[in-house]
Design a protein around this ligand. Structure first.
Ligand code: CDP
Length: 228
């Protein structure tokens, strides 16, 4: 069967990555977490320059020294920066705080979008992010755009982090989500926006399982139509 590209875009903490991983498993496709790539560059910058003041010139000239790759193991997908596993580090608060400021830099986006397009060139890919259906793969066969209220998203992220022993308060998680939404939506280069032909799902009142059912039936229909 011919393989397709599925783009899952949307706001922070709407369940994009859990849904994308599950879909990739069902279809035996590759899952790519593009947020992890922006997080990896942010982590690199904060490590290298040890400052929250982003010097664009410095960052752009160091892009050539950044190599990101993914590996799958029994515990899931791991993100590597210059061959070092940084999967845990890129979820830390200092990365959360700065990632959207780094992701709005045009040169950073061009650098990563090229790599994302190479990763998806043979199709059979589920990619989640903010600009997959609009910029990375505007011809993707299936596009989803997930939304939910900031409060519900913050609550989900807060509970997720509690399980990992995080001491971050709900208010602080909510503030970070609101800040990232604002920067992601208002940036000049490929802002977070729904592709015209994307299927928008408001997940505020839905469980992850219910959202998955909606996505699965839409993708199955697309795949059936291609066969017949
Ligand atoms: O998992 P969560 O929704 O918190 O965020 P993420 O997918 O890990 O993305 C982190 C940040 O990377 C976002 O807030 C965006 O600023 C940026 N990002 C982006 O600009 N474009 C993408 N395709 C993916 C992420």
């Amino acid at each position: 069967m011919q393989k397709i590209i599925v783009a899952i875009d949307g706001f922070a903490s709407t369940g994009k990555s859990s849904l994308a991983k599950r879909l990739a498993k069902s279809l035996n496709y590759t899952y790519i977490d593009t947020g992890a790539m922006y997080r990896a560059i942010t982590y690199f910058y904060l490590q290298q320059f040890n400052t929250n003041f982003i010097n664009k010139k410095e960052l752009i000239s160091s892009l050539a020294n950044i190599k990101i790759h993914f590996e799958d193991n029994l515990l899931g997908q791991k993100t590597f920066l210059n061959n070092v596993n940084i999967s845990e580090e890129i979820r830390q608060n200092h990365v959360n705080s700065e990632v959207s400021n780094i992701a709005k830099i045009k040169e950073v986006r061009t650098f990563l979008v090229k790599q994302q397009q190479v990763l998806g060139k043979d199709k059979g890919i589920i990619m989640d992010g903010r600009d997959i259906g609009t910029v990375v793969f505007p011809n993707a066969e299936c596009k989803f755009f997930l939304t939910a209220t900031p409060q519900v998203r913050a609550k989900r992220r807060y509970l997720e982090q509690l399980k990992k022993d995080s001491s971050e308060s709900y208010e602080s998680v909510l503030a970070n989500i609101n800040k990232r939404d604002r920067i992601d939506r208002s940036r000049y280069t490929s802002p977070l926006t729904k592709a015209e032909d994307a299927y928008e799902i408001d997940v505020t009142e839905l469980s992850l399982g219910e959202v998955y059912e909606i996505i699965w039936s839409y993708v199955s229909r697309k795949l059936d139509n291609r066969v017949s």
